[in-house]
Design a protein around this ligand. Structure first.
Ligand code: PNW
Length: 440
């Protein structure tokens, strides 16, 4: 069926990556170790014992990857900066070679007419700072703000992202322990959350003070939460889970307060409320200039608070596919929160498609996925939701955290033996969509 959905001229079409997932060169040019080096080198933590030591080799293939982005007609590239490449100890001495890598990246994007969206933190905390308590230490927010100032001053970037997915840090990193730093303690997780929020706010304040006219915002993974049935119990559980999935991330930043019901819930499990000091929420609520929305899945909850699946799942078993969930999230953001330009900073899925004898990668499932989500997003835009751009996750197949190299989210196939890049059919489809500006 032809859709024929036209997007505004100047719509920001992009793709996203993150430093530890693609760069490799983990011990080169003075980069210090991060918590993900430690975690991936700990036996049993990552599938197959995979690490990001080499990853997609992007550190050494920078100009090839820039040309690839241009060939795919991207208008924006969302990447993250490795804090420990710039500041090997997390604070103090700057590693000029590390900073130069990001200067070359940003210059290369400008030369090709591609807008950078630079994320300050996509989970690779310098190990030296984890050794001092990491995000459980309030000082971590101050170290983050200092690091942010260093890169704000060094890089010609107009649009900045602060913390990528604080929810994944809290849940995977501090509750389930399946991500670095591998902690399994809800009590500690909410202390870390507050300091992540504080770090976000301090960085936003610093950018506004030092570089007026530039923009900054968070990148939150949001999931609409639906009751699995019509009962009152499911409705109540859905409201609770909405607090844990969405409101504890959105409300402090956009409304300047933690939701009352969530503070009660957290206080029964964590000393976190004692770590919220006078003035913190004013910092956290520094007005943001854009809101990054990462959408992967909805959550259905039954009356016992159990998660229920209602739609097909992708190769990643958590990734239940429900494009309408993106529409629901966008409309809700527009209804419940102050107006702020929205960017879809991630949306995508892993597939197992590999090059055939003719070299083509026929990832028709990925094309269908992006098409359906873009149609849902377009419907929200037609109803007045201010979405300025969309970033597919991901530009390249990469190190998919605890799943190692077993899940491929890329528009571009990467042979991890040869580092050869092959645009999948989805990449060519996306290129044509960008050129045409019409979703068919
Ligand atoms: C995001 N979950 O992570 C990250 O920002 C990316 O770095 C990552 O590669 C991508 O999504 C795909 O996983 C998530 O279990 C990881 O709900 C796990 C979940 C959600 C997001």
């Amino acid at each position: 069926m032809e859709l024929n959905l036209r997007f505004p001229d100047g719509f920001v079409w992009g793709a996203a990556t993150s430093s530890y997932q693609i760069e490799g060169a983990a011990a080169e040019d003075g980069r210090g170790p991060s918590v993900w080096d430690t975690f991936s080198h700990t036996p049993g933590k990552v599938r197959g014992g995979d690490t990001g030591d080499v990853a997609a080799g992007h550190y050494h293939l920078l100009s090839e990857d820039l040309d690839l982005m241009a060939a795919l007609a991207l208008r924006s590239y969302r990447f993250s900066i490795s804090w420990s490449r710039v500041l090997p100890e997390g604070t103090g001495q700057v590693n000029q070679k590390g900073l130069d890598f990001y200067r070359r990246l940003v210059d290369g994007l400008h030369a090709r007419g591609i807008r950078p969206l630079a994320t300050l933190f996509h989970w690779d905390l310098p190990q030296a700072l984890q050794d001092k308590g990491g995000w459980e230490n309030r000082d971590c927010a101050l170290w983050f703000a200092d690091y942010a100032q260093t890169v704000f001053d060094a890089l010609d970037v107009a649009d900045w992202g602060t913390i990528n997915e604080p929810k994944t840090v809290v849940e995977a990193g501090y509750q389930m322990g399946v991500h670095a730093p591998g902690i399994t303690d809800p009590a500690r997780s909410y202390v870390a959350l507050h300091h992540l929020h504080l770090a976000h706010g301090l960085a936003a304040q610093a950018l506004h003070a030092l570089h007026p006219g530039r923009r900054i915002g968070p990148a939150l993974n949001l999931s609409p939460v639906y009751p699995a049935d019509d009962g009152d119990a499911a409705r109540e559980q859905a409201h609770l889970y909405d607090g844990l999935e969405n409101r504890i991330y959105l409300d402090p930043i956009l409304l300047g307060r933690y939701p009352d019901d969530m503070m009660e819930w957290i206080a029964r499990r964590s000393p976190m409320p004692r770590h919220v000091l006078d003035g913190d929420l004013a910092v956290i609520a520094e007005p943001v200039d854009l809101l990054g929305v990462q959408y992967y899945n909805p959550k259905y909850v039954d009356g016992a608070g159990r998660r229920v699946f209602k739609h097909p799942v992708a190769q990643a078993e958590w990734l239940e596919i429900h494009p309408e969930g993106l529409y629901d999230i966008l409309v809700r953001l527009h209804r419940d929160y102050p107006a702020v330009p929205l960017r879809i900073t991630e949306n995508g899925l892993p597939t197992t498609d590999a090059p055939g004898p003719d070299g083509r990668v026929r990832d028709t499932g990925r094309i269908a996925y992006h098409r359906d989500h873009l149609a849902a997003m377009h419907r929200a835009m037609a109803e007045g939701v201010p979405v300025e751009g969309y970033h597919a996750w991901s530009l390249l197949d990469n190190f998919e955290w605890a799943e190692g190299y077993s899940q491929r989210f890329g528009l571009v196939y990467v042979d991890f033996e040869t580092q050869r890049r092959t645009p999948k059919d989805s990449a060519l489809w996306y290129r044509d969509l960008i050129r045409r500006g019409v979703l068919r």
